[in-house]
Write a new protein. Structure first.
Length: 146
């Protein structure tokens, strides 16, 4: 950020073709330590012209037309004691909490505002590689908004 602000050096990025975007996102979230450690703060950004930026603060994203990719916990994730077996059994049947654990969140931004969001399901092993659960919904989300 300082290089860009004071020296005009653009944030490092790579190019990703539109048909490879879902694969690039899933590959990244399955190997990133930064988004995992700085959940809800850092994100990856993909611009409309296919530039893929890694590890940018969510509040800093300077692009009005882009996707942001972050790892986040859902609301109430800290209200459940995972070691309280009785409490755990009471809420297991309720699927409304399926995004309480760390999970990928992909947002479509237009004019700096989030206009759509995809919350991929949590995975206790942080393995977001399954075609049916992750790749297909992510591809559909991206294709619908391209």
């Amino acid at each position: 950020m300082l290089d860009e602000k004071y020296h005009g050096i653009e944030w490092p990025h790579r190019r990703v073709p539109p048909d490879g975007l879902a694969d690039a996102v899933l590959a990244r979230i399955n190997r990133t330590s930064a988004l995992f450690q700085q959940f809800g703060f850092l994100c990856d950004v993909v611009t409309a012209d296919g530039r893929y930026y890694e590890e940018m603060p969510l509040d800093y994203v300077p692009f009005g037309d882009c996707y942001t990719i972050s790892l986040e916990y859902g609301a109430g994730h800290d209200a459940i004691d995972p070691f309280d077996v009785a409490a755990g059994r009471q809420w297991e049947a309720d699927t409304s909490h399926d995004d309480r654990y760390l999970h990928p969140v992909i947002r479509r931004r237009v004019n700096h505002e989030a206009v759509a969001a995809l919350r991929l399901p949590e995975d206790i092993c942080n393995d977001w590689t399954d075609d049916k659960l992750y790749r297909a919904p992510l591809r559909a989300f991206i294709e619908e908004r391209l």
